[in-house]
Write a protein that binds this ligand. Structure first.
Ligand code: KG4
Ligand code: ZN
Length: 407
């Protein structure tokens, strides 16, 4: 089936077209078109995501990203005005779509300009993130998906963003698909076999959790952060060190520098909750420890800065390794999935690769490729397909943003 994926939960606006085949045991995805606009530069001056800007930018960029994804997929076809079937949509449908879109500032105008002359594309399912995330941002994507589904009469599948991160491991870049599209810059995706029970460590800007997965669709959260998410901690520590937003990649670069240059170790940070009996995490104390350490030093040399980043990354990684090992045993997992934006971190990827091969060789480690680790629409299409296979029902009437959506 051909799936349209839409993601607007935070500061990435993304739309894709994916061809999904196979069953729950071996789902298979071909990326036909993919558009992503990162708003990072716009939020950087605020040192974090500014919801009003995120909402405005989603409304501004969704239509052009839809155009890009459809064009790449060979599904963008504009009707000739002299054609007797133009305009192709009934006034009644337009009225319904208008009502949905007019709730989002600026969306109706950009949507109408793009979609009104468009021939209905051959799409079987629309998938859209409904939570967790920033509600005003989520609503833009939901309204966009809803209006398209009304006009084109296509069912919509509501998607949990965190399930999207989990299923991002099903996307693997392979050979380039042979097709007739004018812009064949997309890839054939091959699936990774997942064996249940599976454990997922989800590490992103908004979440840090350990999830036990009995089978697709059956998720049980067994641990979570009690305060800051790990990505948030990376970003806050970066800000204290005057590194640009988003801080994760910057802290990681400095930490790598300390490792390759064998910078002497000056700082020691705590490993919060590393020996607690549960599977919960806490990162606000670690962040505060960085703050107090910095207060003891009038200024930091580049070497000291890099050492601090390395020590912070080491502390986070050690906590994750210890808790995950315990959880793997508790769950009896055959597969470990690590997903969410922070898994773009080279050190964490390497540390888990080594840990699994030395201590749990019977467990398969599944980590998304770096390009699929941070927010994107492909993971929403993959999760939407999995949910569709589990519950092939119409969910248009259930479309509602849920900022705190949880497993
Ligand atoms: O999953 P994501 O794209 O958005 C949310 O759903 O939150 O994750 C974004 C987070 C940010 O906090 C960012 O700093 C962090 O992922 N991040 C990283 C790296 N790349 C992105 N953290 C550590 N190392 C990285 N290389
Ligand atoms: Zn995310």
């Amino acid at each position: 089936m051909i799936i349209l994926g839409i993601e607007t939960s935070c500061d990435e606006t993304a739309v894709c077209v994916v061809e999904a085949t196979g069953d729950l045991r071996s789902p298979f995805f071909s990326v036909l078109g993919n558009g992503l606009f990162s708003q990072v530069a716009l939020h950087a001056p605020y040192g974090g995501v500014y919801p009003t800007i995120a909402k405005r930018e989603h409304a501004r960029n969704l239509p052009s990203l839809l155009q890009k994804a459809l064009t790449e997929a060979g599904l963008f076809s504009v009707l000739d005005k002299s054609n007797s079937s133009y305009p192709s949509y009934s006034p009644l449908l337009w009225q319904k779509a208008k009502e949905i879109l007019s709730k989002e500032d600026g969306l109706l105008e950009t949507f109408t300009e793009l979609v009104s002359p468009l021939k209905r594309p051959n799409i079987d399912l629309i998938t859209v993130t409904v939570g967790p995330g920033l509600e005003p941002a989520l609503w833009v994507g939901i309204s966009f998906a809803h209006a398209l589904s009304v006009l084109w009469d296509i069912p919509v599948q509501a998607v949990n963003h965190m399930e999207g991160h989990i299923t991002s491991v099903l996307l693997k870049t392979g050979e380039i698909k042979n097709n007739t599209s004018p812009t064949p810059d997309f890839h054939l995706q091959t699936s990774t076999p997942i064996q249940f029970p599976t454990l997922a460590l989800l590490i992103s800007g908004g979440h840090t959790e350990l999830v036990s997965i009995e089978h697709w669709g059956k998720y049980r959260k067994i641990g979570q952060t009690r305060d800051d998410a790990v990505g948030e901690a990376f970003d806050k520590v970066a800000r204290m060190l005057s590194l640009p937003y988003p801080g994760g990649p910057e802290v990681s670069r400095k930490a790598e520098k300390a490792r390759t240059e064998h910078t002497p170790k000056t700082f020691t940070l705590p490993r919060p909750m590393i020996h607690s009996k549960d599977f919960d995490f806490s990162f606000s104390g670690l962040k505060t420890a960085v703050l107090y350490t910095l207060k003891e030093h009038a200024s930091l040399t580049e070497e000291m800065l890099c050492d601090m980043c390395r020590e912070f990354e080491d502390a986070v990684t050690e906590v994750f390794l210890t808790k995950t090992k315990k959880a793997l045993e508790e769950v009896g997992a055959h597969t470990l999935i690590i997903a969410g934006g922070v898994v773009a971190n080279t050190h964490i990827r390497k540390a888990f690769g080594e840990m699994i091969s030395h201590e749990f060789p019977e467990v398969t480690l599944c980590i998304p490729e770096k390009e699929h680790a941070t927010d994107n629409a492909l993971m929403i299409a993959t999760a939407g397909y999995i949910e569709h296979l589990l519950h092939p029902k119409e969910t248009r009437s259930l479309l509602k943003a849920d900022g705190n959506m949880s497993f």
